[in-house]
Write a protein that binds this ligand. Structure first.
Ligand code: B1M
Length: 210
């Protein structure tokens, strides 16, 4: 029988098929789905996040590890009971209007998923009004706003303002990130936090929920 430890190692190594096989073996052996997720699949992504932050792993490896994690999730998620399937929290994430960059945003989304968050990715080139709609529709705990261009940074502030004007600002925590964004800028536009990378974004999201 496979062990949780092997799932962790296979996630870190980005072995998509092996993670699925090991996960199925654990399920067949009667291991609890919640344990497989929290200890094995999310456990593996936790290590990946820490290594990424320490520059010991790089973007392509993180993306493959996330794919491996998903191959296991696909097997265990349908087995969770209603009580067990509650996520760490819900986050709506998107790239602001005028900005087509999504590689970093996708990476952040995958790492949040790996940490057990339900992620609603609304895509790229998203007008402020669409962020507002997504908040009204999905009632998330967190809104994540990404921008990669100095020219689209003002759209982050417009998005925060639109959330305020729509009366939903106080329902959510707002996290911003992207290469040109800084902590000072986040403070200036009234966001609740800034993360320079996916691993920090995960830590910050956990702090918001706690
Ligand atoms: Co563009 N681009 N690009 N580009 N591009 C940059 C950003 C640029 C710095 C390149 C340069 O000139 N050196 C420059 C911006 C300059 C500036 O504004 N100061 C630039 C430019 C100018 C442009 C165009 C205007 C070029 C043109 O057409 N003349 C154009 C704009 C299009 C548009 O958006 N309207 C353009 C287009 C493109 C492509 C479409 C070709 C492509 C994007 C493909 C895609 O995303 N699907 C592209 C790419 C790939 C880049 C570079 C080379 C790489 C970006 C990337 O994916 N990095 C980039 C130069 C560079 O960064 N070296 C560049 C890897 C990724 C993992 O990192 O996105 O920083 P990053 O995400 C990190 C963190 O920032 C953070 O976590 C991620 C993981 O660690 N993070 C968050 C990101 N979002 C977060 C959200 C959070 C928290 C953390 O909370 C919600």
């Amino acid at each position: 029988m496979s062990e949780i430890k092997e799932v962790i190692e296979a996630v870190i190594a980005g072995e998509v098929e092996k993670v699925a096989e090991l996960t199925q073996e654990l399920v067949d052996a009667g291991e609890k789905p919640q344990e497989i997720i929290s200890q094995g699949l999310v456990g593996g992504m936790d290590v990946v996040g820490k290594r990424f932050k320490a520059n010991e792993m790089f973007v392509p490896e993180v993306l493959i590890a996330a794919k491996a994690m998903h191959s296991g999730m696909d097997i265990v998620k349908p087995l969770l009971t209603d009580g067990e399937s509650s996520s760490a929290g819900t986050i709506v994430i998107g790239t602001v209007e005028g900005d087509l960059h999504d590689i970093g945003k996708n990476l952040v989304a995958m790492m949040l998923e790996g940490a057990g968050f339900e992620v609603i990715d609304i895509g790229i080139d998203i007008p402020a009004a669409e962020f507002v709609e997504a908040v009204k529709e999905n009632q998330p705990d967190i809104v994540g706003i990404s921008a990669l261009l100095t020219t689209t940074m003002p759209a982050m502030e417009e998005t925060v303002q639109a959330l305020e004007e729509a009366g939903v600002r106080e329902q959510v925590k707002i996290m911003v990130g992207g290469a040109p964004v800084s902590k000072d800028f986040a403070d200036e536009i009234g966001a609740d936090g800034y993360a320079p990378d996916g691993s920090t974004a995960t830590d910050l999201a956990r702090e918001f929920i706690a």
